[in-house]
Structure formats: structure tokens, C-alpha cells
Design a protein around this ligand. Structure first.
Ligand SMILES: *[C@@H]1O[C@H](CO)[C@@H](O)[C@H](O)[C@H]1NC(C)=O
Ligand SMILES: *[C@@H]1O[C@H](CO)[C@@H](O)[C@H](O)[C@H]1NC(C)=O
Ligand SMILES: *[C@@H]1O[C@H](CO)[C@@H](O)[C@H](O)[C@H]1NC(C)=O
Ligand SMILES: *[C@@H]1O[C@H](CO)[C@@H](O)[C@H](O)[C@H]1NC(C)=O
Length: 945
């Protein structure tokens, strides 16, 4: 039997009537065949056996409810007027212009609401005019560890995974869902209203999962957050004629193998052994109940049950939504085989990086194909995720398969789960399917589609009013309702350009999707050709690096995109733009050759972007040490081998690994250089950074290494063995004291460069306390050496607290990620930005005159390597500008992702030598454009992508 998700079909109603009739006639049938005397506990036994046959899911009468079971007495009824409403109906294509009435914790009406209904409320109605803005259902996350892995993370606080056994269906995530996770409000402020809290993936069977709503409850308990608690934890529902859905987590592949020292063979044996046990128990139960039915009470014994295995028996009875962490084709295939051997359906495969490669395998799943719960880009961190494709959502949809975008919070910050859906849309998933992928699709997959995931009469009053179109980058809630209760107190709303009320236009990406399939997820990434001379036609904007000092300026902009007249032609010789003007007169600049002609269709030419923030160029697959440079050694531990002397000074350039997919994809997205520090994990270290070309194939290629050595890098964090004060002591000794008798000559030379102000000292640091100490240390150093030194703070989650002091001390900041998150205690005091605060970390720093660079990655001090995210730098630059309420222009945003980073990180060089990027169909910061060419004066050519 397929899992029942909704009760919309008349067919199903029918089915239930028949089912109920059977159920009610059951004791009568039994009476007829009964010949012996009943046992004393007969009533209990009959009840138990009957309960095994109860159907799962909401009763057909669910929508007759006069109020939501989650209604909070005293909640004011609310009328949202004049909204553009994405309802989720008609396969996610229905959009209504109208009003929404919220009362009793529910959506009482949508669309054109009859005046007499509103009159009943008199003055007792909160009215909110949405001014035509978009309203969607609350965002639903099919995969979260919120509460079980709360933020900030503390050593005793992770309850995500038990390490006590490979198959433990008896464990329950609810027992660890902490109510004080800082994420609840942060994620609500991004529109998230409901999440399925899964145990982690260290075990084949990690335990049972629970659906929570994210709002604060009066009771302040975990129990009060659970949506439709099943009768195993809520006895009040045990008298109902329908049982509520349960949820369970399974995992295959590397994680259980790694944790339990086994192999995929061991993991699947653990599954088969567990399910065999459950199947035997189920048979004993069914036999028992058959005997009761036939009145055979001799030797009946007790009802066979087992608290450890009952959840799996329920899986076999089709009452549990199975959520399986499963990446690769080999694992998907094995798990689908398991479902057919034991006959149970699967709600979703999670991560599911290779489901797009094996749609036919998914279709063989017992009970129908599961949803693929995907990341939009998080990949290549382990073998299982290496063949990930951004086009997976598009390909799966074209195969008629369902997709949910999920966060795995805190792996991905679920505050931005809608951005995951936007990315899927930017990579070819249809708009209706993309919005559904974080609303109705996950709601249905968790068995809650009858009450959440839609803006529909009778559904829970969980919805979001957005400041722009849900698929517009940077869209931000202006209010979020959960159970009819507004969640944001005095929300800060940024002004957004009118064009963001529409979804960006996305080019046809069929060819890209075909290539992903043709090459099993590893399509070639090298440019298809290069050319010395290129004529770019129909150019709308031209940005260049400013020749006097840092910054980026727009040197040309056509008045409007639609007028062909306004568009210009740019001629490039040997990788260098030599002419902007009319097409008719451009040829004189290329009278010696046959130029390549590229039509940018209203696109732009802009400075190429620069990445910094994770070990890009030092790793192919970060969790596979054989594919990386490896970790530096920590000079504060005595583990450095004597051949290195008393600690050497590592140079990132010596470990560079060219041609990683992350680097090449960054190149194809206009990020043509990376400034990379040595890979240090969470160790204390000193090392020299490097600046390399992300598009080169080896170090000796022309232009492959714009600057071998950049700045001196280090880290100050409480997340390592030596104390923060010890780390500062090491820095203090180096910066302030005579180094004549210091026997690490390489480090001594580098420090002398720093104290002379010739290269920057770059410190990865989050805590404002440590940043303040570094500001003081800078002043002391300068007073001793008598000259200014260059200090850059990177990561810098709490830097907004010291914006003025940083500006006064002339300390620059690289904010990474651009949306700080309180992963750890030392990064907990974040400035969250709209709608929680008007300012962002970036606007606060810029307001005070701090030089700011940005990163998409979170540095190793508080996040897993973000090499995969380097390619999204242009979107993050756009986002930083969109969050800023007009304070940060497009030029400034591009500078923060290019020239500012170079200054802050010690890269020098002539503006004329730097790469440029040509985009088709829009500007560099526009999600609807694509990068088509890289102009490289250094290697005297244009790469055609
Ligand atoms: C839903 O929409 C998608 C994309 O527009 C389409 O591919 C699919 O066939 C539609 N499904 C139904 C049942 O209409
Ligand atoms: C509804 O919103 C649109 C768009 O902002 C606006 O033009 C119109 O005047 C609004 N109508 C009402 C009744 O508020
Ligand atoms: C192209 O022709 C112009 C005159 O029409 C001349 O000034 C210029 O030097 C020529 N360029 C090359 C590269 O031959
Ligand atoms: C390391 O430093 C100590 C103390 O400064 C010195 O005695 C020792 O010889 C040094 N070892 C090496 C290998 O340079």
C-alpha cells in the first residue's frame, strides 16, 4: 500500500468508508466463530488487535475542525489584505490576488472574502495590507537537527547521534530537542515554520524523528512544539480511529561504515537483520490477532511485542515515514532492494546526490518513488557527494520524480532554506516545482500535507509575507505567522527594486543537464575554446577596476535593456578590452585577424571575482585526505618533526592542487583567482597565503600564479588545544619582541615583513573579545616599530560590535559567511540583518568606514570547508547589496568580492592585468545571467566557456 499523504481524493474517502465498515463488523464476525471462553483481558486484546488495523493519517473529517489543536487562546484574528498568494494548488501554479483571513490557528478564508464574514469580527481584527506583496505557505524543512544539535554548539550539547549501536529504532529525537537553540528565531526570520527533526546519520537506523513547529510556546516545552504527536508519546490520541504518522531515520553509505568500522555490506546486513526481526514480530502479532478473531484462546499467551522493535513493525505496517540518508547509486539500489524484500515504502532519500542518475531505480521502490531531499550546492566534501549536479532538481522533475530542498540544519543554515529552492530554480527547476520543494512537497512527504505547506482554507495559519518574489534572490520575510501568531516583532524591511517582484528569467539549461547525465555527474569543465581577439556585441554595462586605488566603477551603462540602440560593442585584443562603442566602427581595431563574435544579449563585462575563505586549491574532496594537501602542524604543540627545526613556515603555494572541480566551477562562475591560506582545520598555525588562478591546470602554466606569496595567516580561536591567551602570547612574542635569536628563520622573515607594514597579518577570528585584543596588539606593535602595520580580521562574526574601533585602528574585515550564524560561543553575538535588525554586519562596518571583503565560506574555525560555494560568490555579492537597504551599490558589492579582498589579503598588481568576466543575459550579480567568457590580459586570451 502506498503511504497516504492527503485526503483530497474522493477515491480515498470511499476506501475509508469500506475500511471502517470492515473494522466495525470485526467483533461480530469473531462472535460467530468463538467457541471457548474469553480470557480475562479480552477487551484489551481486542483493542490492541483492532489498533493494528487502524488506518494512518488524518481522518477524512479533519477539515471539519472548528479550530486548530494548536490554537492559542487569545490570538488575535488577522486579515492580510491585497496579497499575491502562492497557494500550492494546481501543482503549485495557482496564484491568487486577494486577502487571507487567519483565526483559530487556521486559514479561515483565502481570496475574495465575503464582507459579512469580516463584519462578524467588528473591530476585533488585526488588518495588515500586504500592498500586493507575495505570500507563501510557511517554509517546511524535511531534514533538520535543530534542537538536537543546538547553536551555539557546546561540548555537552549534541544529541544528534547515539554511537551505541548500528541499528537502534528505539531511539527518539524528541528526547534531545532542546528548546533553547538560537536557531529557532533566526530560521523563523527566514520564513521557516516547520521542520522534521531527524536523528543523525551515524547509524543505519538512527531512531525515530519528530515534526516540530518553530514558534515559542507558552509551556516552553519540547512536547508543545511537536506537530501531531503520535500516540506513542501522546496518549490523548490513542482513542482516535486513525493513527498519526510516525517518522524514522535510516542511513546508508559512508557514515555508518565510518562510525562502526564496517562496510556497506555490514550496514545492509544490519538493516536486513533488523527488518527480519521486525517481520517475525509482525507475523507473531498477526497470528495472535487471527487466533483472537477465530476465538482460539487456548495457549494464546501475551500479545507479542517488543519496545525495541515495535517502530520497525510499524514501518512494515506502512505507518512510518522512512527518511533515508543515501547518496550514491550503489546505496540507492541496495536500499530499494531492501524495501522490496521487506515491503515497506520510503518517504524520502536525503542528500540523494545521485538520485538524478538513477530515476528508474527510484521508481522500483516498494510503494512508489520517494522524494529526493537535496542540497542546492553543498557537495564534493566526500566521495558520495562528488558526482553531485546542480541540475539534479531539473532532471528529477523531468523524470516525474518529486524533489524537496532541505537544510540538514545546522549543516546549512535553515534560515535560508528558500535560497536552496531559488538555486534549484536558477538551475532549471520550474518555478512552481521550486517553491513547492520547500512548502507542499516536504509537507506531503512528512504526512502533514493536510494542514501545512499550502495557503488553503482550513489549513494551519502558517504563512510568510515576503518583500519580493519567492524566487528573487535575497527575498526576506516582512512577517511570518505560525498557528496564526505573528512571529516578528517590529520587523525591519529593506527597500527592494520593483523588478524583484518577479521571478528572474532563467536561460535554457537543457544542454547542461544533458552533459551532467552523459558524464555521470562529472561533465568536463575546461573552456570549450579560447581566442585572442573577441568582439562582444550587445553589451549593456561595463564595469572596470578603478585605476586609482581600490574599487570598481561603472564606465558604461545602456539606458535600458530593451533598446538595441543603447547596447554597445566591446572589442578585446589579446585578452585586453581596447574599444567600447558602436559595432559599425569596431572592426578597425581588429583589422589583422578574424575575431570571434560573442553576443552578450544585454549582458555585461565586469572585473572577475576573487575567492577567499576555505582551502580552495588545496583539496579535491575535503574529507578524503589522499585528495588534499593535508593539515599543517600546530607550533603550539610539540608534534613538529625535528627536520622542520622549531616549526617551519608553511607556504600554501607549495601545496596547491590545480584543476579541482570546485576551482574550475568557480572559474566558470567568474571567480578567476583564489587567495588561499594553508589548510589548518582547527589547529593554530602560521602560514603564508597564495593567490592562484582557478582556471589553470598546473602551476607552471602562464598566468597560473598571479602571486606566489601574499600575507601571513593565523587564527585565534577557543576551538583548539592551546588557550586563546596562549595564541595571543605567541603573536605578541613575534610582533613585539626582538627576533634576533628566534630560530625559525622563515617565520622571523615573514613577521619582519608584517611589522614593517609590507604584508598584512590575516587573523581568522570570530569573537569580539579576541578582535579587541588584536586591535590593542596592533597599536602596541605600531608604537614599538614606529610604523603602521596591516591587520585583517577574517570570519569576524562579532566584528559589528567593534565597527568604530576597527575603523579607527584601520583594520580591514573579511566577512565570511556574509550571513553570520552563531555556530559557536565565540560567534554567537551576531547582527542578524533584516528582518530582525535593519543593519547587517556588512552595512555596520561600511557605515564606519571599515574596508570590507566578503566570502561565501565560513572559514574552518566554524564551518566545514566551503570550496563548493566559491562559485556562488556573485550571488552572495548581490545578496549583500540587496540586504543593505540601498547602502551598498552594485559597484561596491563587486569591489567587496574582488579588489577589497586583494588589498586586505596582500595581493598587489596592476588593475590592467586583472581578469574580466563577460556575462550573457544580465549583469554579473544577476541570477538570470550566465558567465560566458573570461578575459585574461595576463595570459593574453579570452576563454570561451
Ligand atoms: C507539475 O509541474 C511541472 C513543472 O511545471 C510539470 O513538469 C509536471 O508535469 C506537473 N505535474 C502535474 C501533475 O501537472
Ligand atoms: C494593492 O497593492 C497594489 C500594489 O502595491 C496597489 O497598487 C494597490 O493600490 C493596493 N490595493 C489596495 C486596495 O490596497
Ligand atoms: C588597423 O587599422 C588602423 C587604421 O585603419 C590602424 O591605425 C591600426 O594600426 C591597425 N591595427 C592593426 C593591429 O593593424
Ligand atoms: C628549538 O629551540 C630550542 C630552544 O630555543 C633549541 O634549544 C633547539 O636546539 C631548537 N631545535 C631545533 C631543531 O632547532
Amino acid at each position: 500500500m502506498r503511504p497516504l499523504g492527503t485526503f483530497s481524493g474522493g477515491h480515498r474517502g470511499h476506501f475509508f468508508v469500506i475500511f471502517l465498515a470492515l473494522l466495525l463488523s470485526w467483533p461480530i464476525l469473531k462472535l460467530r466463530t468463538s467457541s471457548r471462553s474469553r480470557p480475562a483481558n479480552y477487551a484489551t486484546i481486542v483493542d490492541k488487535c483492532r489498533s493494528l488495523r487502524l488506518p494512518v493519517g488524518p481522518p477524512p473529517t479533519f477539515h471539519d475542525r472548528p479550530q486548530s489543536d494548536r490554537f492559542v487562546a487569545g490570538t488575535y484574528p488577522t486579515l492580510i489584505q491585497n496579497a499575491t498568494i502562492w497557494t500550492g494548488e494546481h501543482n503549485g501554479t495557482q496564484v491568487l490576488l486577494g486577502d487571507i483571513l487567519l483565526d483559530k490557528g487556521m486559514i479561515l478564508d483565502v481570496g475574495e472574502i465575503r464582507p459579512d464574514i469580516l463584519q462578524r469580527y467588528g473591530n476585533e481584527l488585526e488588518v495588515l495590507n500586504a500592498q500586493g506583496r507575495w505570500v507563501s505557505p510557511g517554509i517546511v524543512d524535511l531534514h533538520s537537527h535543530m534542537g538536537d544539535d543546538p547553536s551555539p554548539a557546546l561540548s555537552g550539547s549534541s544529541d544528534g547521534n547515539s554511537l551505541n549501536g548500528i541499528a537502534q529504532p528505539w531511539l527518539r529525537s524528541i528526547d534531545g530537542i532542546n528548546t533553547h537553540d538560537d536557531s529557532y528565531l533566526l530560521s523563523v526570520s527566514g520564513g521557516l515554520t516547520t521542520a522534521l527533526i531527524l536523528p543523525g546519520s551515524a547509524n543505519a537506523i538512527g531512531g525515530q524523528a519528530y515534526v516540530v513547529k518553530l514558534r515559542k510556546t507558552a509551556e516552553r516545552s519540547t512536547s508543545a512544539m511537536i506537530l501531531e504527536p503520535p500516540h506513542q508519546i501522546d496518549s490523548s490520541s490513542s482513542s482516535e480511529a486513525f493513527v498519526r504518522w510516525r517518522h524514522i531515520k535510516h542511513a546508508c553509505g559512508e557514515n555508518p561504515s565510518r562510525v562502526y568500522g564496517g562496510t556497506r555490506m555490514d550496514t545492509f546486513w544490519a538493516f536486513r537483520q533488523s527488518y527480519d526481526k521486525a517481520a517475525q514480530l509482525k507475523k507473531q502479532q498477526d497470528d495472535f490477532c487471527l487466533k483472537v478473531e477465530n476465538g482460539q484462546f487456548d495457549d494464546l499467551g501475551e500479545f507479542p511485542d517488543d519496545l525495541q522493535w515495535e517502530a520497525l513493525v510499524d514501518v512494515l505496517r506502512g505507518r512510518v515515514k522512512v527518511n533515508t540518508h543515501c547518496y550514491e547509486a550503489v546505496d540507492l539500489d541496495a536500499f530499494v532492494r531492501l524495501t522490496n524484500e521487506f515491503k515497506f515504502p520510503v518517504a524520502a532519500f536525503h542528500h540523494a546526490h545521485e538520485t538524478y542518475l538513477v530515476p528508474e531505480v527510484l521508481k522500483r521502490t516498494y510503494g512508489g518513488p520517494p522524494v529526493s531531499a537535496l542540497f542546492s550546492g553543498f557537495s564534493r566534501y566526500k566521495r558520495e557527494s562528488y558526482r553531485f549536479s546542480e541540475y539534479a532538481g531539473k532532471i528529477l522533475t523531468e523524470n516525474g520524480l518529486k524533489v524537496a530542498m532541505k537544510s540538514d540544519h545546522p549543516a546549512i543554515n535553515s534560515r535560508y532554506l528558500l535560497y536552496e529552492a531559488q538555486q534549484a530554480y536558477y538551475h532549471g527547476m520550474p518555478e512552481n516545482v521550486a517553491i513547492a520543494s520547500v512548502t507542499c512537497t516536504p509537507a506531503e512527504a512528512m504526512g502533514m500535507g493536510h494542514r501545512i505547506g499550502y495557503v488553503k482554507k482550513g489549513w494551519d495559519a502558517d504563512l510568510v509575507i515576503w518583500d519580493s518574489h519567492p524566487m528573487a534572490l535575497g527575498t526576506t520575510p516582512i512577517q511570518v505567522f505560525i498557528d496564526g501568531i505573528a512571529q516578528l516583532e517590529s520587523p525591519a524591511v529593506a527597500e527592494k527594486p520593483e523588478k524583484l517582484q518577479h521571478a528572474p528569467k532563467i536561460p535554457n539549461l537543457d544542454e547542461e543537464a544533458r552533459e551532467a547525465l552523459k558524464y555521470d555527474g562529472l561533465p568536463p569543465l575546461l573552456p570549450r575554446a579560447s581566442s585572442d581577439h573577441v568582439i562582444f556585441k550587445n553589451v549593456k554595462d561595463v564595469f572596470v577596476r578603478s585605476s586609482s586605488g581600490p574599487g570598481v566603477k561603472k564606465v558604461f551603462s545602456a539606458p535600458q535593456l530593451d533598446s538595441e540602440n543603447g547596447l554597445r560593442t566591446v572589442v578585446v585584443r589579446n585578452g585586453i578590452p581596447v574599444y567600447i562603442g558602436l559595432y559599425e566602427t569596431c572592426h578597425t581595431f581588429l583589422n589583422d585577424s578574424e575575431p570571434t563574435i560573442v553576443d552578450l544579449k544585454g549582458g555585461s563585462i565586469s572585473p572577475a571575482l576573487v575567492f577567499y575563505g576555505s582551502p580552495l586549491g588545496l583539496q579535491h574532496i575535503s574529507m578524503e585526505s589522499s585528495t588534499t594537501d593535508g593539515l599543517v602542524s600546530d607550533p603550539l604543540r610539540s608534534d613538529a618533526p625535528s627536520i622542520l627545526g622549531n616549526g617551519t613556515l608553511v607556504r600554501a603555494v607549495d601545496g596547491l592542487l590545480y584543476g579541482s572541480r570546485d576551482a574550475l566551477m568557480a572559474y566558470r562562475a567568474g571567480v578567476t583567482t583564489s587567495i588561499t591560506a594553508p589548510e589548518h582545520g582547527s589547529l593554530f598555525f602560521f602560514g603564508l597565503g597564495t593567490c592562484f588562478s582557478t582556471g589553470a591546470m598546473h602551476k607552471l602554466e602562464p598566468g597560473a600564479l598571479p602571486q606566489a606569496v601574499t600575507a601571513l595567516h593565523t587564527v585565534v580561536t577557543s576551538n583548539t588545544v592551546a588557550s586563546v591567551s596562549t595564541q595571543i602570547a605567541a603573536l605578541r612574542r613575534l610582533l613585539l619582541h626582538e627576533l634576533d635569536n628566534f630560530d625559525n628563520s622563515a617565520l622571523r622573515d615573514a613577521v619582519e615583513e608584517v611589522t614593517a607594514g609590507r604584508i598584512p597579518l590575516v587573523v581568522e577570528v570570530g569573537s569580539a573579545d579576541a578582535i579587541a585584543t588584536l586591535i590593542s596588539l596592533k597599536k602596541e606593535t605600531e608604537s614599538i616599530h614606529g610604523n603602521p602595520i596591516r591587520l585583517t580580521i577574517a570570519g569576524a562574526a562579532e566584528s559589528h560590535l567593534l565597527a568604530r574601533e576597527l575603523a579607527e585602528a584601520n583594520v580591514g574585515v573579511v566577512v565570511g559567511p556574509i550571513h553570520p550564524f552563531p555556530d559557536t560561543w565565540e560567534t554567537r553575538r551576531i547582527l542578524p540583518g533584516p528582518p530582525l535588525t535593519k543593519d547587517t554586519t556588512i552595512t555596520k562596518l561600511v557605515d564606519h568606514g571599515v574596508t570590507v571583503g566578503i566570502s561565501t565560506a565560513g572559514f574552518s574555525i566554524n564551518a566545514p570547508p566551503g570550496n563548493w560555494n566559491a562559485q556562488n560568490l556573485r550571488l552572495y555579492a548581490a545578496w549583500a547589496s540587496l540586504d543593505s537597504d540601498g547602502k551598498i551599490s552594485e559597484e561596491q558589492a563587486i569591489a567587496m568580492a574582488s579588489t577589497n579582498l586583494e588589498i586586505l589579503l596582500g595581493v598587489s598588481g596592476r588593475a590592467e592585468d586583472a581578469d574580466l568576466v563577460a556575462t550573457e543575459g544580465g549583469g554579473l550579480l544577476d541570477p538570470s545571467s550566465r558567465v560566458v567568457s573570461i578575459l585574461s590580459p595576463r595570459s593574453r586570451k579570452v576563454d570561451l566557456l
